[in-house]
Design a protein around this ligand. Sequence first.
Ligand SMILES: NC(=O)c1ccc[n+]([C@@H]2O[C@H](COP(=O)([O-])OP(=O)(O)OC[C@H]3O[C@@H](n4cnc5c(N)ncnc54)[C@H](O)[C@@H]3O)[C@@H](O)[C@H]2O)c1
Length: 294
Amino acid sequence: MARAPLNMIDLCVKYKIKKLVAASSASVYGQAEDFPTTEKHHPYNNRTFYGACKTFNELMYRSYKDMYGLDYNTFRYFNVFGPRMDTEGKYTEVLIRWYYLIKEGKRPKIFGEGDQTMDFVYIDDIARATILGLTQDVSGEDFNVARGEEVSLKELCNALLKAMDSDLEPEFVPLPEERQKVEVGRRLASTEKAEKLLGFKAEVELEDGLRRLVAWLDGLEENSNDAHSKAVPCEEEAKAASEAICPAGSLRDLASRNLKTILLPTPGRSTPARFKLHHGLASRSARGRRRSRR
Ligand SMILES: NC(=O)c1ccc[n+]([C@@H]2O[C@H](COP(=O)([O-])OP(=O)(O)OC[C@H]3O[C@@H](n4cnc5c(N)ncnc54)[C@H](O)[C@@H]3O)[C@@H](O)[C@H]2O)c1
């Protein structure tokens, strides 16, 4: 979390990169004291290693600007969501966990009372802000990137249920002990600085963004099921998949046949491992992993 950004800015200096937009986070504020939280808020309430690294990184970029003239802006993203978000990592977002529960007809679980708030911002807005960070004549600044709207977990869950046309009710469960220290009760960004200096204002409404996220997740599911029905009974396909994991030529061939997912027989396991194909690269699929964890 600190080493990779350090390697990256060294490379930026070495290769005379014109400008860098660095991903920081609202986590630098920890549990903020003032709302809407401006970029001037102090970082000393952060209690996570992640937030500490983000704060360190911001200061590192600043010193590189002074030492080497590295042109940069840092963006304190708030709660980002949208297509291609991580669906399988250790820190998988609550939205993804809820989506899979709802898909299975199970009630989405909310930790605590669901009063904790977040400030959600859709990925297309993040992309637009990031480009503005590069193209506008502003440098060495930290920016909040958010909608500037407070949404409670309870509201978020109900909005997702609506986007999925589900009549399930959320289930409220006690906050697990390991979450108690890292849980942030409230997030609400001031978006004034980004608006004034970059001309950035988030445009995608939460409900619209959630519908787009659900459409993407549904698409992943359909591709996965489609490939399952195609590939499992077909020995030839399984063989091609095995070979595909290594040679790039075979992978491209599978991608050109519009196969989005491949199944690879795994010794010692009754179900094949599932890999996603994306731009000719194979990666272990979320669905396959999720199933194997259950
Ligand atoms: N998603 C959010 O809500 C959010 C909020 C605040 C800040 N951020 C920041 O935005 C950035 C992207 O977040 P994301 O949610 O898209 O995460 P992600 O996990 O979906 O993507 C992170 C990417 O970084 C790559 N990566 C990880 N370690 C690397 C390394 N050592 N060298 C090169 N690449 C490496 C991964 O392969 C992956 O492609 C991160 O810096 C994150 O801290 C995200």
